[in-house]
Design a binder for this molecule. Sequence first.
Ligand SMILES: *Cc1c(COP(=O)(O)O)cnc(C)c1O
Length: 406
Amino acid sequence: MKTFANAREAALEMRPDVPVYCFHPAVLAEDARHFVGAFPGKTAYAVKTNGEPFVLEEIARAGVKAFDVASPAEFAAARAAAPDAELLYMHPVKAQSDIRLALETYGIRTLALDHEDEVAKILRIVRGIDIDPADITLFVRLQTKGSAAYELSKKFGAAPGHAVELLQRISGIGFRPALAFHVGSQIEDPEVYERALASADWVRSRAGVELAALDVGGGFPASYGHDPRRKKPDMPSFDEIMERLRADLVEWGFSDLPLIAEPGRVIVARSVSLIVRVLLKKGKRIYINDGIWASLSDSWTGKITLPARFIPDPARRRRSGDPARIAPFKVCGATCDSVDILSRPFWLPETIDTGDWIEIGHIGAYSLALRTRFNGFYPDTVVRVEKPFHAGEKPEGFASLETMAD
Ligand SMILES: *Cc1c(COP(=O)(O)O)cnc(C)c1O
């Protein structure tokens, strides 16, 4: 991996026509250690957020000893990057062959579910390969309600009454019963964890079984940009959210249980920035060489305003517009698909033009992981960059990070 001092230097030296991911390992290590230090239990990184080997290896080196995995490819990636780490198979709906692979080949002993047929599936395989159910922890995924950029409870999770039955069934068979929830990704309401804990407490008291652990999932928000025309969202900082979660865990009587969290976004978002090139400027639109089918689908579906920094091409001699005027540019993606237009503009100097570059910050989560080969575009160039996005000069205008805009 080539190393540059910062993204601007990488852009000016490489003059890339393809998107370039700028990886900041020190930031990844810092954010991983910060989470591990703040959470009063086991940190299991959610591999789906960014499963690149260089990311998993850095996270393991930073002291994360467990990984939340959901598929055979994720078992293999996590095992290869961190051979001694524990794998938690937290997908509630699994193929039989994948359960067998997890138990038999990978030695996984922790799984999640939200339905009795999944219990039956797991039990059949456990009996078939002669494992003692008492060696296996089954997390019942509890449905939660709340506000997040991604609401995941619509798809998974047992309603509280159903979760009670599942815990009793699991315990009756001889498995170790445990409780999990996942409030969604990029939470927009700090109360969601407390509501989920209240619900977990209700389930625990009705079930009357001794829980082996509680898993509070992911959802911890990363910091992005904000639209100056809208009210700045009033969100507490990560440290404040975590402090409150710790207090709520005590208050609801969960602090003596083994605890697990499955952070994804909050650990990797800051560790990657992305250099994209303006292929064409057409009025207040810019056409770039990336888009919703490559690195930017999360910002599209999650309606996230990405922080962006202008990297002018020095080869362009003539520019029009006022360099001090920051304007919203509609961003059109690289493919021929007409839906490939970002849902939020980039805020950039009026003078931006064809051939210039843009460094997009905080793009480490759900970017490389969600790339497709649609239309033949597949960004795959990664460089190492010493100065991370947030430590660089203040990005232009209001596409800047909330903390920097202050
Ligand atoms: C995606 C996912 C996570 C990670 O979510 P973030 O919002 O990125 O922290 C954690 N747990 C489960 C079960 C998930 O599906």
